[in-house]
Design a protein around this ligand. Structure first.
Ligand code: SAM
Ligand code: SF4
Length: 354
């Protein structure tokens, strides 16, 4: 494809690389980029049934703008990993082109950044090969149940077979390791924890449970109702032989247990992300960019820093990098979800980019 950035050679890695360091000494290496706030599902924990007021097209970053900001992050600010998300990132028409351009970038270590995608899997079977060829390294696919009726109720669309096909397509295209993200909700899909782990072990996918966070439609989250990490672990331990202790996490949010082979499944692993009951803010290495070009230093930030208007007013790469560095310097120590003083941000998960 013709280069979105033109054919200028990329600069040598580590030439003048600065960092996204905050006041607590944390350095961002992982960039989450939301490519759209739109979605073809309406998961109850994420979006209201009627959808949201989508961003107008002119407010959304163009493909060239996305690539420019990712380039600044990777080449000037020390980012090593870029995860594309949304909304549903497969709805972004220019996705393959954006990936191809980002795959040409070089980190401060001189290699291409790791490029991954978080997706609901719809249509992934048809796109997986082209995405891999464009430079995508791996995928996270969201799947909360293997029961078709329950899926249709939870996602408000009857699309479970498409997700299963998407997973298989990703596996045959080599977008591995494939991670499956699951949110459990009390009285809705707790029963699915065991069949989902069985399914993932059998297919070689890495299952990760994520505690439900207060980022869905307002008033849909109750701490007392949440299925927490301890309960998920207990439930799984009744059916699977989990290792005594999870492996050390580093900056990765999931505590990962090894699962021994059983009579009807191979060995594997399972992760639990205790975002609420055991926040990992102290080890956070993320920075986020919304589909309309706003920096968020945290999923739960209640303020954002604009890059889009600065870019459209002619800011140089250096000036945009300085804005980003300044925003990250203000990053708060933690998110306080588990505190009564916590206030939910205005944007819901799909509009932030999970
Ligand atoms: N549409 C894509 C998907 O579903 O994978 C990407 C965007 S979605 C917002 C990213 C992830 O956020 C998904 O794994 C989803 O399960 C998770 N998510 C959404 N709302 C959540 C909530 N309230 N609490 C925890 N995880 C949530
Ligand atoms: Fe869409 Fe993903 Fe939110 Fe579900 S979790 S509504 S698939 S953005």
């Amino acid at each position: 494809m013709s280069g979105l950035l033109g054919d200028a050679p990329t600069r040598p890695a580590s030439e003048g690389v600065r960092e996204l360091r905050d006041a607590y000494g944390r350095v961002a290496r992982d960039l989450r980029v939301s490519l759209t706030d739109r979605c073809n599902l309406r998961c109850t924990y994420c979006m209201p049934a009627e959808g949201l007021d989508w961003l107008p097209r002119e407010s959304t970053l163009t493909d060239e703008e996305v690539v420019r900001l990712v380039r600044i992050a990777v080449e000037d600010l020390g980012i090593d990993e870029v995860r594309f998300t949304g909304g549903e990132p497969l709805l972004r028409r220019g996705l393959e082109g954006i990936l191809a351009e980002c795959a040409r970038l070089r980190t401060r270590h001189g290699h291409a950044p790791e490029l991954s995608l978080t997706t609901n899997g719809l249509g992934l079977d048809k796109r997986a090969r082209a995405l891999k060829e464009a430079g995508l390294t791996r995928v996270n696919v969201s799947l909360d149940t293997l029961d078709r009726e329950r899926y249709a109720r939870l996602a408000r669309r009857d699309r479970l077979p498409d997700v299963i096909a998407g997973l298989a397509g990703a596996a045959s295209a080599g977008l591995t390791p494939i991670k499956v993200n699951t949110v459990l909700m009390r009285g809705v899909n707790e029963e699915d924890a065991v069949p989902l782990l069985h399914f993932c072990l059998t297919h070689g996918y890495q299952l990760r449970f994520i505690e439900q966070m207060p980022l869905g439609p307002p008033h849909t989250w109750r701490r007392t109702e949440m299925v927490d990490a301890a309960e998920i672990h207990r439930r799984l331990s009744e059916h699977f032989a989990l290792s005594q202790e999870p492996a050390p996490q580093g900056s990765a949010p999931a505590a990962v247990w090894q699962v021994a082979a059983g009579e009807d499944h191979p060995a594997g692993s399972v992760g639990i992300i205790a975002s609420v009951s055991r926040p990992f803010c102290g080890a956070c290495d993320r920075t986020r960019l919304t589909a309309d070009g706003q920096i968020r230093t945290c999923l739960f930030s209640r303020s954002e820093t604009d890059l889009r208007d600065a870019m459209r007013s002619g800011a140089s790469d250096r000036e945009l990098a300085d804005i980003w560095i300044g925003a990250m310097a203000e990053k708060k120590a933690g998110h306080d979800i588990d505190d009564v003083s916590f206030i939910q941000p205005d944007r819901t998960m799909s509009a932030i980019g999970g």
